[in-house]
Design a protein around this ligand. Structure first.
Ligand SMILES: [Zn+2]
Ligand SMILES: [Zn+2]
Length: 254
């Protein structure tokens, strides 16, 4: 299984970088997980969207889904035959929001003429060829699901956006690679009590990986200046091993 980082920025983009977007491939299957602003420009340098089996969206925050709007423009401006439309798997209950977004950009059929949109049910695995994706709900400001992605006996766990929670523990459990958000430089950047938290400190990503016995930890969704050592060093202290930073444009074997 291979992971290609198309974007790793949090909602406020790092200069020259796309927001969340990760291509996961195995022989015969290719899925794009999250499609934040800037991701499509990174995708089309590698693949036409017809070479994707599906786009899968973790939650309805703009930094994870707004480039669905852009993706539609890669196709000619007419309805595609139904059996040729790209599969787009959305979080439960998001259909109305997607329709509002389509209307907001000037055409209620903006997505449906081109995409085959469905919602996952929040817990059941779904499959594209040899790639199996299991949604795991996380704790965030709005409903959000990370994914356990499995193929060839290997397991990639993507946290999407999350605070420390049971879902994060479930994702980290026995992962060959935990691709974890690490958005916060301090807890002052998260919601203030009694509002529930929605993001992680790098040290909390490290704790989750350690407690779940993840074999590798890679950080994403963080403000990066320079090499991001501020984050990887903090995460490495709690993880107890080396921690990688997701690098835009790079492909990793899992
Ligand atoms: Zn979010
Ligand atoms: Zn986000």
């Amino acid at each position: 299984m291979r992971l290609t980082v198309l974007g790793r920025s949090p909602a406020s983009p790092n200069p020259g970088e796309a927001c969340a977007g990760f291509m996961v491939e195995t022989d015969g299957a290719r899925v794009l997980v999250d499609i934040g602003p800037g991701v499509v420009s990174q995708l089309v340098g590698r693949h036409h969207p017809d070479e994707l089996d599906a786009v899968v969206v973790s939650h309805m925050h703009a930094d994870h889904m707004l480039d669905l709007v852009t993706l539609r423009y890669v196709y000619p401006w007419r309805a595609r035959p139904k059996d040729q439309r790209l599969r787009v798997v959305m979080p439960p209950g998001s259909a109305d929001q997607l329709l509002d977004l389509a209307k907001g950009v000037g055409n209620a059929r903006h997505f449906e003429d081109c995409f085959r949109v469905s919602e996952h049910d929040g817990r059941s695995p779904f499959r594209f060829g040899a790639l199996s994706l299991t949604p795991v709900q996380t704790q965030h400001y709005i409903p959000c699901w990370g994914f356990r992605v499995e193929a060839d006996g290997r397991r990639l766990a993507y946290t999407a956006d999350t605070a420390p929670c049971g879902g994060l523990r479930e994702l980290a459990d026995d992962a060959d690679l935990l691709l974890s958000e690490a958005t916060l430089r301090s807890l002052d950047e998260d919601a203030t009590p009694p509002e529930p938290r929605g993001h992680l400190l790098p040290a909390e990503a490290g704790e989750a990986a350690r407690d779940g016995r993840s074999r590798r930890l890679m950080l994403t969704h963080l403000p990066v200046n320079g090499d991001g050592a501020w984050a990887t060093e903090l995460a490495a202290e709690t993880f107890g091993g080396e921690v990688e930073l997701a690098m835009p444009g790079r492909t990793y074997e899992i």
